[in-house]
Design a protein around this ligand. Structure first.
Ligand code: ZN
Length: 320
């Protein structure tokens, strides 16, 4: 059975990366109550800093009063670093900038810099926004017949914390009437954020959908899907976080389903050309690889000299 046959979309926040939009603060009723620690306005502080969806994937306007300042800081300290390291290559491929105007990557052999607006070598060309510098050995670029493979080594992250980052976004936008089905999940998240719960033994999974080429997601958006037929063994809900060429997806089995027998999962396909793979959040994926179609061009003569000057590189004359 296809995902679209089994599930219907019940909620979607679109154009999260549109920075002209008015800020929206999700809340449950008149008085603020933190969904994670359970404290209200009298016991804890609510400010305007809690993002409902991570700003690292471009969310500019969807905030949350469903989370107090203490919980926001705790989640930030525990989960954000791992989530950032995991999504960085996906952002590079998709040119999704998050809160900054550029994205970068570097290791001892290579350096990548992509600017959102500004030319990267303005003296050479106004059109070039991205630059990859690399040694021939251990390059992040492996040439192929019709393009190249981008191969990045991720910095060490905790894969389970990537899952919990996604779960936190899902449970933040979850409609209040579904709250009771996920009480244990909220408690689990609280414990993880306070490092009261060991995460290394936790065996959770999701999906990564990749749409190759230019037909990608038109904006950053977050979606919740609910199962149509509740009598089966499918997870009650799904959360999809879509940005650039990627959709990160996690099933959201209810507390009851997690205690029950095994459930069957399937990835959500947003596009005919999508490739979907299972994400195992108990495995550190050190190497990220992605194929690009590209036309190669060798720079020669005066242009090369100018480029060299701009790059401040010393081309050595090889006596051949
Ligand atoms: Zn709280």
């Amino acid at each position: 059975m296809q995902f679209s046959d089994a599930y219907e979309k019940i909620l979607s926040y679109d154009f999260l990366d549109d920075d002209t939009k008015k800020h929206i603060y999700l809340e449950d009723g008149d008085k603020h109550m933190c969904r994670f620690c359970g404290e209200g306005e009298d016991e804890t502080v609510f400010d305007k800093s809690a993002h409902a969806i991570s700003e690292m994937v471009g969310n500019r306007w969807l905030f949350s009063y469903r989370e107090c300042k203490k919980c926001n800081i705790a989640f930030g300290n525990t989960c954000e670093d791992s989530f950032g390291k995991f999504v960085l290559p996906l952002k590079i491929v998709s040119q999704v900038y998050g809160k900054k105007r550029s994205i970068g990557y570097s290791n001892e052999h290579s350096q990548i810099k992509i600017n959102k607006e500004d030319a990267i070598l303005p003296e050479f060309s106004e059109d070039i926004k991205a630059l990859i510098k690399s040694n021939e050995e251990n390059s992040v670029l492996i040439p192929e017949k019709d393009g190249f493979i981008l191969k990045l080594v991720r910095k060490r992250y905790v894969p389970q914390l990537v899952y919990f980052s996604l779960l936190k976004m899902a449970l933040t936008i979850l409609p209040f009437e579904e709250y009771e089905k996920y009480v244990h999940c909220y408690a689990m998240l609280y414990a993880v954020s306070r490092e009261e719960e060991k995460t290394d033994g936790i065996n959770v999974y999701g999906f990564e959908e990749f749409i190759p080429g230019p037909e990608r997601f038109k904006c950053t958006n977050a979606e919740l899907y609910r199962v149509k037929d509740m009598s089966g063994n499918r997870p009650y809900m799904y959360f999809c976080l879509n940005f650039g060429n990627y959709s990160l997806q996690i099933p959201l089995p209810t507390d009851q389903q997690q205690r029950g027998k095994s459930i069957s999962v399937v990835g959500c396909k947003h596009h005919d050309k999508s490739e979907i793979r299972i994400l195992r959040f108990n495995e550190f994926e050190e190497i990220f690889q992605c194929h690009f179609s590209a036309v190669m061009k060798e720079v020669v003569g005066e242009e090369k000299e100018r480029l060299a000057k701009c790059l401040n590189l010393e081309f050595q004359n090889r006596a051949e």
